[in-house]
Each structure stands twice: as structure tokens, then as C-alpha cells.
Design a protein around this ligand. Structure first.
Ligand SMILES: [Fe+2]
Ligand SMILES: [Fe+2]
Length: 373
């Protein structure tokens, strides 16, 4: 069996024949209020309180002065999801714009149907952000316990507070300003479960800070740029300024740790990154949106996957992940194994984009407010 088959169940990453298999995995427990995951990690005390990691110490100082209060956002902004969807659509017609939709279930849709779809699509996306933020909250609390270095425990503690605020703002936005939230997508839940349950502390960082938060940072940037809704724009600007620090925390910590690993151990991290990349690229398909609109996802998901703009949109989500993997040495270790996989995924073109250790200062919203920038 080739490595691709073992890791992602198929030899060719662009073979989308398994859409049925992806759709067969669904959240069947949408009314549950709790979900338990067994963590296999040890909680680790350190008695070495010496501050020996200046880059992490600097990030910690930055985090302490960049805290903001969710209550200070402009919550009195009126939000009408239908007007927002229409205004957003006027600026950017969306993924189906350049597609021939004859013969599909949406062939005869008019403006009203497209606006209804746009509302649900944004609710779904923001809902998955909400659940992902809770994943980050749990992972970071876990890192406080498991990372062996005092400077990293200090920094991670600030991230726990950041993530609580992120869960708070997405939940409040969805429940107060829109029609409430969708349950977690089953594939996102499985990815978060795998990250939380892995007992190796550095895998929590790789899964969350590098892969999930790297993708989130790109997606937030994308929506921040496109949306015409001022409260969402403000919310995303603040969240992004925190996320940039979080990704930088992952890069700074893993750089040091990976230097000490054996080639076989590094290869395991490459495989983990590749598997997470494919899962994030291919499995979050807005399945539940089509269901809610009364359309069989098996009919519409393949249409969405075939949209001419889909490959560009999917690849943009990797614009932070690829340079950060490069900075960690993960692209080129093991004879460039991950480089070749990212070539197959057609995302390697981002390798020389800014890595997040370079840009977290520039994205600091709180500092920019203070100086009036
Ligand atoms: Fe977050
Ligand atoms: Fe984060």
C-alpha cells in the first residue's frame, strides 16, 4: 500500500470519488450537549523556572498588553443577515459564479434562493469557526499542562484567555445577531478529537497552532476582506490579531523541539501535517447547509467541488500553513516528503509567503487602536 493510501485512503489526492464516503460520516448526535475525548497526555510540572527562551518571553509580554474585552465590540450594530448576504453577493458572487449550473438542483434558483443559501453558508462557516475555537481553547489548556518549558506554559496561559474570548464572540454573534449556530461538522469533530487525544505534546501544537489555526487565520483574513458587515469585520480583526500570535507560538516552540528529533520522528510529524491538510481541504463541504435547504448533499457537493474557482479558494486556505511548515523544516526533511505532498495538493506556491513569526506584530489590533493607526 502506498503512503497516500495508508494516510488518506486513496493514492491520488485529487481523486474525489470518495465523496459518498465523506458524506456518509455525519454528526448523528446533534442534540448532545457534551462530548468526551480521552486525552493520553501527562500533566507535567517543571521545577526549572529560569527564563531561557527570549522569543517566547517576548510573545508573552506582547500577549499581556494585547488583551481586549469582547464587550467592547460594537454589539449595538444592527445585523440583517439577508441584507448582508445581498451586499456581500454584490461584491463577490461566490464560488458558483462562473459555473454552468444547468442540470443541477440549483439550476432554476433566483435571487431569493441564492440569498437564502448565502445566509446558511455563512452561518455554517461561522459555526465551524465557533467549534474550532473551542477546540483551540481545550488544546491550549492542555498545552499549559503538557509542555515542559516554563516560558511556554506562561504564554499558553494567555492563549487560553484569548480562545475563551474567541468562543465568546462567535457564539454571541451567531446567537444574538444571526439565527443561532449549526452543530459541529463530524469531520471537524474527528480532527479535533485526534488532536486532543494524542499524548505527544508537540502534536497538539502541530495539529492546532500550525494546521487548524493556520487555516483559520487565512480563512478569517479572507472573510474580513470580503464582508460588508461592520461588526463581523471588527470581530474578525480582533480575533486575527490574537491568532497571528498563536500561530507564531506554535512555530517558535516546535522549531526548537524538532531540532532534537530523529529523522523517523520528523517523518511522523510530516505525515500528521499532510493528513490534517487533506482532511481540512476535502471534508468540510457544507454538507449540512444543503440538507437544511432540502437538497441532497450527494447531488450538490460534487457540483461545488467542480466549481472553477474552488481550487483557488481551497489553496488560499494554505497560505499560512505552507510557509510555517517550511520554517519548521517540515517541507524538506526526509528528502522533501512533505514538499512533494504539498505539490500534489497544489499549495506549494505559498512556501515563500510571510511566515507568521514575521507578521504577528503587524496584525496587532489593540496596539494599532492605541496609536490610532
Ligand atoms: Fe482562536
Ligand atoms: Fe487561536
Amino acid at each position: 500500500m502506498t503512503t497516500n493510501e495508508r494516510l488518506i485512503g486513496r493514492a491520488d489526492v485529487d481523486d474525489v470519488d470518495d465523496v459518498d464516503a465523506i458524506l456518509a460520516v455525519a454528526n448523528t448526535d446533534v442534540d448532545a450537549v457534551a462530548h468526551a475525548v480521552r486525552s493520553h497526555a501527562d500533566a507535567l510540572f517543571t521545577w526549572d523556572y529560569e527564563r531561557t527562551r527570549p522569543a517566547l518571553a517576548k510573545l508573552y509580554e506582547k500577549a499581556k498588553t494585547s488583551q481586549w474585552n469582547a464587550n467592547d465590540l460594537a454589539w449595538d450594530t444592527p445585523v440583517d443577515p439577508a441584507s448582508v448576504a445581498s451586499a456581500d453577493r454584490a461584491q463577490n458572487a461566490g464560488i458558483f459564479a462562473r459555473q454552468d449550473l444547468r442540470g443541477t438542483p440549483v439550476e432554476h434558483w433566483g435571487d431569493d434562493e441564492w440569498v437564502a443559501y448565502a445566509i446558511e453558508s455563512q452561518n455554517w462557516t461561522l459555526s465551524q469557526f465557533l467549534h474550532g475555537e473551542q477546540g483551540a481553547l481545550i488544546c491550549t489548556a492542555q498545552i499549559v499542562e503538557t509542555v515542559p518549558w516554563i516560558d511556554a506554559k506562561y504564554y499558553a496561559a494567555t492563549q487560553v484567555m484569548d480562545e475563551a474570548r474567541h468562543v465568546e464572540v462567535f457564539a454571541r454573534y451567531l446567537d444574538e445577531k444571526r439565527a443561532g449556530h449549526y452543530p459541529v461538522n463530524a469531520h471537524l469533530e474527528m480532527l479535533l478529537d485526534d488532536i486532543v487525544s494524542d499524548g505527544r505534546w508537540d502534536m497538539t501544537y502541530l495539529g492546532m497552532q500550525i494546521m487548524v489555526e493556520g487555516l483559520a487565520l487565512a480563512a478569517f483574513g479572507f472573510i474580513h476582506q470580503l464582508t460588508t458587515e461592520p461588526l463581523l469585520k471588527q470581530l474578525l480583526r480582533y480575533v486575527m490579531s490574537d491568532e497571528a500570535r498563536h500561530v507564531a507560538f506554535g512555530v517558535l516552540s516546535l522549531q526548537e523541539f524538532y531540532d532534537q528529533l530523529t529523522a523517523a520522528e520528523v517523518r511522523e510529524r510530516q505525515e500528521f501535517a499532510f493528513e490534517a491538510a487533506v482532511r481540512m481541504r476535502d471534508r468540510f463541504l457544507q454538507q449540512e447547509v444543503w440538507q437544511k435547504l432540502g437538497i441532497d448533499p450527494r447531488e450538490m457537493v460534487p457540483v461545488a467541488l467542480a466549481a472553477p474557482d474552488q481550487p483557488l479558494f481551497q489553496s488560499l486556505l494554505f497560505s499560512k500553513i505552507v510557509p510555517n511548515c517550511k520554517k519548521l523544516g517540515l517541507l524538506d526533511a526526509a528528502d522533501g516528503w512533505l514538499r512533494h505532498r504539498f505539490e500534489e495538493l497544489q499549495v506549494i506556491q505559498y512556501e515563500d509567503w510571510a511566515d507568521t513569526t514575521e507578521e504577528y506584530g503587524a496584525l496587532d489590533a489593540v496596539a494599532a487602536d492605541r496609536t490610532g493607526a
